[in-house]
Design a protein around this ligand. Structure first.
Ligand code: ATP
Ligand code: MG
Length: 443
C-alpha cells in the first residue's frame, strides 16, 4: 500500500509544521481492499487558517471553510483537507447546524458514516481503526459507526450511501443498520434531489445492483414512487418469468459494465417498464398486454428524471430509448430511419437496451440478441460508408430546389420526400437523379 508522492508531500508538510495528518475515508478503504482509489481525503488537527498558511506556496481553494475543509492543488491534483471535527446538532436530517473542531482523531472518525469509511492512515502506513472497520472490510459488511437510527436520523443521505456502497462494493448491510434503513426511509424526502441522483446512478452501476434493487426496493420506491406499482406485478406473459419490478432490476443488471453510455443505459433500464402497470390489460385467455406502455413510460421517465434534476441530454436520451424500446426492428430501412432520428450512438444504445431487456426474460428470448448484434454491425457499416441518412447528406439542397421554383414549406417537404426515397433505395443519391425527381414532383 503506497501513498503517492503528491499526497506524501501534503502529509509531510503538515507534519513538519507540527500537526498530525492522515488520509481517511474512501481512499483508505479502497487501498485496504486492494482496489483502485480515486482521490485522497486528508484529515488533520490543523485549523483551516493554519492549513492555508502551511500551503502558502500552493493554490488553495476555501471549499468549505465553515465546515473546516480547504482544497489544496498540488501539480493540478486536488486534495481535500479537513480539520478534525465533531458534527453539531442535526435538525434537518441533512447537515449539522454547526461543527466543532477537535484535536482528537478518534472523535473525527466517530462522526463518519460507516466503519469501513472511518479508518485513517498516516504517512508511515500505520492504521487507526477504532470501530472495527478493517474487520468489516474483511467480512464485507456495511455497518454504521454508532447507533444506526441516530446516524440515519442525523443525515438521511447515509441511508442511500449504505445501499450504494453495498451495491458498488458487493458488501452486505449488517442487520441493525439494515433494519434502520428500512425503518427510516421516509427521511430521504428531506434530502436534495441532486445528491439522491448521484447516489442512485452509482448504485445502479454496482456489481451487486440486482440484489440491492431487490432487497431495498422500498428505498427505490421512496425515491421513485412511480415504480411501486411494478412490485410483484405479474405479467401473465409467455415471454416473462419475472414480475415487472424483478424484470426491471434484472434488466438494469444485464447492462454490460464499461460499455459506452453505461450509466444512462442503467437508468433507462430502471425506468423502461415504469409505464407497464398503467398500460396493463388481462385478456379473456388470461394473457397480459401492455399496449402503449413504452410511450406512457417514456413520459413518466421524463417527469421522474426532471424531478430528480438530471441534465436535459440524459433526460432526452432516456426518453427516446424508452419510447422505442419495444418497437420491432427488422429491416435496413428501419435502421436508417432510426439513425436519422437519434443518431448512431442513440441507435447503438437502443440496441443495448433491447438486449438488456431480453436478458431479463425467459431464456429462449435471448436468441434474438444475435439479431440485435447484427443490426448494430449494419448500423456501424451504414455510417462508415456514409450512407445517406440525413437531409444534409443529400446530393442536392434547398437552394437547388429554389432554383427549380420551390418555395416556403414545400422545400422542406420535398427534401424529406427525397430523403425517404433515397433511404428506401428507390432513388440513387446523385444530383441529376434528385433534380429530375424534384422537377417532376413540383406542386
Ligand atoms: P467514494 O468517494 O468512493 O464515493 P467515500 O467514502 O470517499 O467514497 P466521500 O463522499 O468522498 O465518500 O466522503 C469521504 C468520507 O467522508 C467518507 O469516507 C466518510 O468517512 C465521510 N462521509 C462522507 N459523507 C458522509 C456522511 N453523509 N455522513 C458521515 N460521513 C460521511
Ligand atoms: Mg471520496
Amino acid at each position: 500500500m503506497i501513498i503517492e508522492n503528491n499526497c506524501r508531500f501534503i502529509l509531510s508538510a503538515l507534519e513538519n509544521a507540527g500537526f498530525s495528518a492522515y488520509i481517511v475515508g474512501g481512499c483508505v478503504r479502497d487501498m485496504l481492499m486492494g482496489i483502485p482509489m480515486h482521490d485522497y481525503d486528508i484529515t488533520t488537527d490543523a485549523l483551516p487558517e493554519q492549513i492555508i498558511e502551511v500551503f502558502s506556496q500552493q493554490k488553495v481553494i476555501p471549499t468549505g471553510i465553515k465546515h473546516g475543509t480547504v482544497t489544496v492543488l498540488l501539480n493540478n491534483e486536488p486534495f481535500e483537507i479537513t480539520t478534525f471535527r465533531i458534527d453539531g446538532e442535526y435538525t434537518d436530517s441533512r447537515r449539522p447546524d454547526s461543527v466543532v473542531f477537535t484535536d482528537s482523531l478518534r472523535e473525527d472518525l466517530a462522526r463518519r458514516d460507516f466503519t469501513i469509511n472511518a479508518i485513517a492512515m498516516d504517512l508511515n502506513g500505520n492504521i487507526y481503526d477504532y470501530f472495527g472497520g478493517e474487520n468489516d472490510i474483511k467480512n464485507k459488511i456495511i455497518r454504521c459507526v454508532g447507533n444506526p437510527e441516530e446516524r440515519f436520523t442525523e443525515d438521511a443521505l447515509r441511508i442511500l450511501r449504505a445501499v450504494r456502497f453495498s451495491s458498488v462494493l458487493g458488501f452486505t448491510i449488517e442487520e441493525n443498520t439494515s433494519n434502520a434503513i428500512h425503518a427510516l426511509k421516509n427521511r430521504l424526502d428531506n434530502i436534495s434531489v441532486e445528491r439522491i441522483s448521484v447516489e442512485l446512478v452509482k448504485l445502479l452501476g454496482g456489481i451487486n445492483a440486482l440484489s440491492v434493487l431487490m432487497e431495498y426496493r422500498d428505498i427505490i420506491g421512496q425515491i421513485i414512487p412511480e415504480l411501486i406499482p411494478a412490485f410483484d406485478h405479474d405479467q401473465h406473459s409467455p415471454y416473462h418469468k419475472y414480475d415487472v419490478y424483478e424484470h426491471t432490476a434484472r434488466a438494469v443488471n444485464a447492462v454490460p459494465m464499461g460499455i459506452d453510455g453505461e450509466n444512462i443505459l442503467r437508468l433507462t433500464m430502471l425506468l423502461h417498464d415504469v409505464g407497464k402497470p398503467a398500460a396493463y390489460r388481462l385478456d379473456e385467455n388470461g394473457r397480459g398486454h401492455f399496449k402503449g406502455h413504452a410511450q406512457i413510460g417514456a413520459e413518466m421517465a421524463k417527469n421522474i428524471l426532471q424531478r430528480l434534476k438530471f441534465d436535459n441530454k440524459t433526460i432526452d436520451t432516456v426518453h427516446e430509448i424508452i419510447y422505442r424500446h419495444s418497437d420491432e426492428i427488422e429491416t435496413e430501412k428501419q435502421i436508417k430511419r432510426i439513425i436519422n432520428q437519434i443518431g448512431l450512438d442513440g441507435f447503438l444504445m437502443l440496441i443495448e437496451a433491447k438486449k438488456a431487456d431480453n436478458s431479463a426474460k425467459h431464456s429462449f428470448v435471448l436468441a434474438e440478441n444475435d439479431e440485435f448484434n447484427r443490426f448494430a454491425d449494419i448500423a456501424r457499416r451504414l455510417v462508415a460508408e456514409e450512407s445517406c441518412m440525413s437531409i444534409s447528406q443529400l446530393a442536392i439542397n434547398g437552394n437547388d430546389l429554389i432554383y427549380l421554383g420551390y418555395s416556403g414549406k414545400n422545400i422542406g417537404i420535398c427534401l424529406n420526400n427525397l430523403l425517404d426515397a433515397v433511404m428506401d433505395e428507390m432513388l440513387a443519391n446523385d444530383r441529376d437523379t434528385l433534380l429530375k425527381y424534384a422537377q417532376e414532383m413540383k406542386p
